[in-house]
Design a protein around this ligand. Structure first.
Ligand code: ADP
Length: 181
C-alpha cells in the first residue's frame, strides 16, 4: 500500500508486511530502549542481524532520551545506518505519550535529513512490549511522517515495515483516514 504526499514532487509513504532487518532503505529504525542496551522484539532482531559492531556503537553513545533518537552505522545489515528511536512506555495516555511517540519519529526523520538520506524504514514504535494502543499509535506515526515529508528534507521514501497483519491493518486504516482527511 502506497501513499503519495501531494505537493511534494512524488514523496511517498509505503506500508509493507515484513521484517525490517531485510529492508534496503538507507536507514532502518529500531524501536530501542533509552539505555540502548538491546532487548527483545525488533531491537533483538536488528542487533542479531547487524552484528556486534552496532551494539558497540550503542554502548559508546551510552543512551538516548525517550521521545528522541540516535544514529549508528548498520554493521552487516543492508541499510547504511540504524536509527535507534526511543518511544514511550504506555501508561494510560496521561504522561505525554503521544508527544513522546511523535518525538521519536520526528527525531529519526531529522537525523535522516541531517545525513542526507533519501529512504528510511520504520517499525511500529512502542506498540509491542511498550503496549502503546495500535489504533492510537498508527495515526501519530503517519501524521508525523507526512509533516516531515511536506517540509524541506532529503527524504523522499518512507516505508513502514509491519510485522503482523493486525499492525498492518491498523496502519492501513489510519492511512485511509489521512487520504480522505
Ligand atoms: P516496543 O518496545 O517499542 O513496543 P517491540 O519490538 O516490542 O518495541 O515492538 C514494536 C513492533 O515491532 C511490534 O509491532 C512488533 O511486532 C514489531 N516487530 C518485531 N520484530 C520485528 C521485525 N523484525 N521487523 C519489523 N517489526 C518487528
Amino acid at each position: 500500500m502506497k501513499y503519495e504526499i501531494s505537493g511534494t514532487g512524488g514523496r511517498t509513504v509505503e506500508l509493507v508486511l515484513g521484517d525490517i532487518t531485510r529492508q534496503e532503505t538507507d536507514a532502518i529504525v529500531n524501536a530501542a530502549n533509552s539505555g540502548l542496551r538491546g532487548g527483545a522484539g525488533v531491537d533483538g532482531a536488528i542487533h542479531r542481524a547487524g552484528g556486534p559492531g552496532v551494539m558497540k556503537e550503542c554502548r559508546e553513545l551510552g543512551g538516548c532520551p525517550t521521545g528522541s533518537a540516535c544514529i549508528t552505522t548498520a554493521g552487516r545489515l543492508k541499510a547504511k545506518f540504524v536509527i535507534h528511536a526511543v518511544g514511550p512506555i504506555w501508561s494510560g495516555g496521561g504522561s505525554n505519550e503521544a508527544g513522546l511517540l511523535a518525538g521519536a519519529y520526528r527525531t529519526s526523520l531529522d537525523l535522516a535529513k541531517k545525513h542526507g538520506l533519501s529512504s528510511i524504514s520504520f517499525p511500529s514504535i512502542s506498540t509491542g512490549a511498550y503496549r502503546y494502543p495500535l489504533e492510537q499509535a498508527a495515526p501519530i506515526a503517519l501524521e508525523t511522517v507526512e509533516d516531515h515529508l511536506k517540509g524541506d528534507t532529503s527524504v523522499s521514501r518512507v516505508v513502514f515495515v509491519l510485522f503482523n497483519q493486525a499492525t498492518f491493518d491498523a496502519y492501513a486504516a489510519a492511512m485511509a483516514e489521512l487520504q480522505v482527511g
